[in-house]
Design a binder for this molecule. Structure first.
Ligand SMILES: [Zn+2]
Length: 399
């Protein structure tokens, strides 16, 4: 496996979690996720590295048989996907991290510091109402906030987490705490900027802040035929009105990105008046004060409708480390690739890591600027370019 390329590694995941729309669904701890994680373990071993797992299911790869006690440079991304997502989001950066760590480790140079690749268990929040659980756990070592969460089938995070980690434990060692000095993440851009400018590599300057909520309206479920229109307490009708107010008011805030992507009715039956509506709201902005203003607008409206507001994600806008940005720019030059600086509108594990350790992100172009859909694509040349830059940066940092 000495000469494996990143494209070969990605190809070995083409049948795992494939959907009828030719996309991929790999939500945390589900069957496809477990299968993909097992495949990552195989790759780690074939590349001559040693796999480790922690109790949330983050998978690690290092060169030594003993878990590093001294401070390490961490590099990685996440294994999970959105429902019907693409092949590259997360998985590309995770596999590239493993490949780059193996390449730098096998090179002639003596490493000044251990390198560890991480494949985070979860980042997307597509199964439970929590995001970035893998990287949050790595930094905080606390499962209490997650284990009681339910998925739509009523399974708890704790149950499925323990089963998934137990299934892997015969094949890998168990990790203890890591001391991390720097974190690097390679990722597809998921937007159109690099494709439009024709530049090879993006160096991320900031990642937008993100707040995610569940909003719940309670009415009274009742018979669709026998309940007169003026005697109804229809949760759907209330929700439609609140949604219209939210769209109108949030549109007044410049550059705010707001999305209502999930709406659930209960009992969700054609001949029953809905008694309960729950919908999600995702807010993003580069400036925390603007984000806070938007949250204030939402809270006020939700209060007017006597609805329930539950915050499920809150991540501050995060500055990437200037020194590491410079190292990436130099690495691009050293391998003959063009680069530009840009901000990220998508959330990433780098955002969580960046709150505690110097962090940087490398982007490669996304064909058509699309992501989180089956059509997500990055050309083989761009995939390899990104991985080469990652290897060059890591080699410099530990050389
Ligand atoms: Zn991602």
């Amino acid at each position: 496996m000495q000469d494996k390329k990143i494209t070969d590694l990605l190809e070995s995941f083409q049948a795992i979690g494939r959907t009828k729309n030719q996309g991929y669904t790999r939500t945390v701890y589900d069957q496809a996720w477990c299968q993909a994680q097992k495949q990552c373990v195989n790759i780690i071993k074939e590349l001559g590295l040693v796999p480790w797992v922690d109790e949330i299911g983050n998978l690690y790869a290092t060169a030594d048989l003993t878990w590093p006690k001294e401070p390490v440079i961490l590099v990685g991304s996440h294994l999970d996907t959105v429902v019907d997502g693409g092949l590259y989001d997360g998985l590309y950066g995770a596999l590239a991290a493993v490949l780059s760590v193996s390449q730098v480790t096998k090179s002639e140079q003596r490493l000044r510091q251990p390198l560890v690749a991480v494949i985070f268990s979860e980042e997307e929040g597509s199964r439970f109402d929590a995001t970035f659980t893998g990287s949050q756990y790595l930094l905080e070592r606390d499962l209490k906030g997650f284990d009681a969460l339910d998925d739509v089938q009523g399974q708890t995070f704790g149950q499925v987490r323990q089963a998934a980690v137990a299934a892997l434990s015969p094949f890998v060692q168990t990790a203890s705490c890591l001391k991390i000095t720097q974190y690097l993440e390679l990722h597809i851009e998921q937007g159109p900027i690099l494709e439009n400018t024709g530049i090879n590599i993006g160096i991320v300057t900031t990642i937008v802040g993100q707040e995610r909520f569940l909003i719940q309206l309670v009415g009274q479920a009742n018979h669709a035929g026998t309940t007169p229109m003026d005697c109804r307490d229809d949760a759907c009708q209330q929700a439609v009105s609140l949604l219209a107010d939210l769209y109108r008011e949030l549109a007044q805030i410049p550059d705010l990105r707001y999305t209502i992507g999930k709406v659930q009715l209960e009992p969700n039956v054609a001949n029953v008046i809905p008694g309960l509506v729950t919908f999600s709201l995702d807010l993003r902005h580069q400036d925390q004060s603007v984000l806070s203003e938007a949250v204030g607008v939402v809270a006020k409206l939700v209060d007017q409708y006597r609805a329930k507001l539950e915050r499920t994600t809150a991540v501050m806008p995060t500055q990437m480390d200037m020194g590491l940005q410079g190292e990436i720019a130099e690495a691009c030059q050293s391998v003959g690739l063009t680069h530009q600086f840009l901000s990220s509108g998508a959330g990433h594990d780098a955002q969580v890591m960046g709150e505690q350790v110097p962090t940087a992100m490398i982007f490669v172009p996304s064909v058509g600027g699309v992501s989180h859909v089956p059509d997500e694509k990055t050309t083989p040349a761009d995939l390899e370019n990104g991985q080469r830059v990652l290897t060059a940066v890591l080699a410099k940092l530990v050389g």
